[in-house]
Design a protein around this ligand. Sequence first.
Ligand SMILES: [Zn+2]
Length: 328
Amino acid sequence: MNAPSFPQAMPPELRLAQGAAPVACVDIGGTKVAVNMVDHRGALGRRVEPTAKQGAPDALARQVLGMIGASCEAAHIDARDIAAVGVASCGPFVLNQGLVELASPNICGALAGSGRGLPNDWTTAVLEAPLREVFARVRVENDGIAALQAERRWGALQGLDHCAYVTWSTGVGVGLCVDGRVLRGKNGNAGHAGHMFVSDNLDALCGCGNIGDVEALVAGNALPRRFPAWLDAASVLIAAKAGETGAIAIIDEICRVMGRMLYNLVVTLDLQRISLGGSVFWHHRDYLLPRLQAQLKGRLPALTDGCTLVPAGLGERVGDFAALALVA
Ligand SMILES: [Zn+2]
């Protein structure tokens, strides 16, 4: 496989070298699934659908296969010519005979029970096995780990050996690199820092079953659950930016929690830089970034002074590049 030929300047183009076989790039989140084909012409045939959460436990894998087919058709690519399928997915993963299944709190209804309201009783969503029945080369990684690799290769973490990528979106995901080594762990689940326990708030039920972990307190889907007066995270953020006192108090509080998680990562791993993305952060980064930075500033300066928090270099397209980083 040839390396992508796009320049380092931002925003880079998703493109493979002339003559390289196409690759399929799949981004699986708790809310939506996105599929692109990438070849020498660039990214083509983009398809986006809400994440399948009903039917049999292989419904999500069937959805991905269907979307790859539709994407190929739109891009005028024969699916048999696909060299590899890269899948960047929300976790956690469990391995079944060495193949990845998802035990994701925002997808599998059996994890937190009926209180969470997901329309299925899955303990896992089968993923890798059905893809391997069709494609010879499949690589599935946690989306935080994949995004970290994309940010190190093309984004805001280039040239850094001690760094992290944090996505603040429907959930909270993290990819970690120390001493130049991307941390994966025994099942590829390193970086699930969003499930760090930080409080006993009874209003904060995470999809994983924890009450009071970071994701349950600050994730995009947590805010309307914790604060029912608000439709979604974006409406709280827009009101806070407009000066509404109640909304400002909510955002200050969730930045305190998120900022402490970032602080904990920095002091545990001695990081140089953390880049941040995800829909909650990205669309309100000018407002959120200083509030997160304030949680590190002055705390144990020997560890925090040498670390910067920055917006993701790949911006809103981290997810697309994350999957490409796995197979390009
Ligand atoms: Zn959790």
